[in-house]
Every structure is written in C-alpha cells, then in structure tokens.
Design a protein around this ligand. Structure first.
Ligand code: ZN
Ligand code: FE
Length: 241
C-alpha cells in the first residue's frame, strides 16, 4: 500500500495537496482554492480525480471547489459540523469517520481552534495527515473561532500520530514561523538544523513541506507547549511578533 502526497502551490502561499493511491491510481485533492493550476496539475498526472477533501471553510481553501468538481465529476467530502458554510458536500463526516480512496482509507480527526469545524484527514497508508490551517511547520493556525484549549487539544491529537506521518499543511509559512520559533526556543539544536534546511529548500525554489510529526515534535514551539495556557501565551505573542 502506497499513498503519494504532492503539494501544489496556489494563490500567494497556499498549498493544495494531491494524494494518489499507488495501487489503484485513485486520486484526491485537498483544499482546491484555485481551479486552473489544479486542473492543469491533475491533467499532467493522468486526468483522474475521485475525491475533493476540505479541511475548513475559508476561501483560501475552498474557493475552486465547484469548478474542479464540475471538471472531474468527483465527490466532495468535508466536515458535517460545517456543512452549512462549506461547498455542498457529497460526503459529510465527523470525528473518527472514514473515506475510501482506492485501497486507502482516510480518517477524520476533528481539529477545532482555527475554525470551529476544522478537520484533518489522516491516511495510515501514507502515513500522512492533511491538516489545513491547524498545524504548520514550526507553527499553528490563528485562533479565529476557538480558544487556546481547543487548539491545544487539536495539536495533541496530531502530535500523537506516528512520528513518520507526513504533515501536509495548508501554507508555506515555515521561514516566517522560524523567526518566531527561534526567538522563544533559542537553544534548540534540532530547530536550528530545521531552519537551515528550510532556508536551503526555499533558496532552491522548493516547498519546505511535507514535514513530519516527529520533526514538529522536536522543533515546533506550539507542539512543545506543555499546556493550553502556554500555547495561548505563545499564540498571542506570535500574533504581535
Ligand atoms: Zn484558514
Ligand atoms: Fe488558510
């Protein structure tokens, strides 16, 4: 069983993700905010799209959904709790429920905090997790509709995934996050090594993601926060950094 994840850069600094099941060729697209480059990317990979997976309702994650759906006739899956403000869902799911992608299965992890209905999609076959604006490399999403307690619990669920799990997040924020991470965790050698790697990747025009759960546990100040109060303090400081 193999599931390949490819980030497709769209808009200013967003990533949509193509997930392809190596056994069946079945393909999913996470957070199609801009249709034209995604339709082109899918066409370049054989022109098959079975499923759109949505993480949350923000326009920079869903705006291209209808155009992509119309082009490929694929099903759209998202959070039941947010169905009233997502594009029309063919598959509406909640915590622990699953979608099928060829021979792979993806499980919903409810990750409120950035928005109330935010979800992540965990595929053991990667293993990978498409986590939208909840967990970024060296950072986490802003608390638009949740409290620090919500985000702390959501990040704890993601941190408990296997260390080799690929983190397929929604934005290229790594270097901006790195400045803040180094300011609050200046003696972390793993963090300094990660920032140097990310600087090389960006200088070469490459994405810094996917990262892994193990690397984020070692370097991400928001995953390393001991409790919700610490996370809330970090998030408030980062908002004004
Ligand atoms: Zn968002
Ligand atoms: Fe976003």
């Amino acid at each position: 069983m193999t599931l390949h994840a490819t980030p497709i850069p769209i808009l200013k600094d967003n990533y949509a993700w193509l997930l392809q099941d190596g056994d069946s060729g079945a393909t999913a697209l996470v957070d199609p905010a801009e249709a034209a480059p995604l339709i082109a990317a899918i066409a370049a990979r054989g022109g098959r799209l079975d499923l759109i997976l949505l993480t949350h309702h923000h326009a920079d994650h869903v705006a291209g959904t209808e155009e992509v759906r119309a082009r490929f006739g694929c099903a759209v899956a998202g959070a039941r709790d947010d169905a009233d403000r997502l594009p029309p869902l063919d598959i509406a799911l909640g915590e622990g429920e699953e979608v099928t992608l060829g021979t792979a299965r993806g499980r919903v992890i409810a990750t409120p905090g950035h928005t109330r209905g935010h979800i992540a999609w965990f595929f053991p076959a990667g293993p990978l997790v498409a986590c939208g604006d909840t967990l970024f490399s060296l950072g986490c999403g802003r608390l638009f509709e949740g409290k620090a307690e919500d985000m702390f619990a959501s990040l704890a669920k993601l941190a408990a995934l296997p260390g080799e799990t690929l983190v397929c997040c929604g934005h290229e924020y790594t270097l901006a996050n790195a400045r803040f991470a180094r300011s609050v965790d200046p003696d972390n050698a793993a963090l300094h090594a990660r920032v140097a790697e990310a600087e090389r990747q960006r200088a070469a025009g490459l994405p810094t993601v996917p990262t892994t759960i193990a690397l984020e546990r070692a370097t991400n100040p928001f995953l390393r926060a001991a409790d919700a109060a610490t996370l809330g303090m970090l998030r408030a400081r980062k908002d004004n950094f």
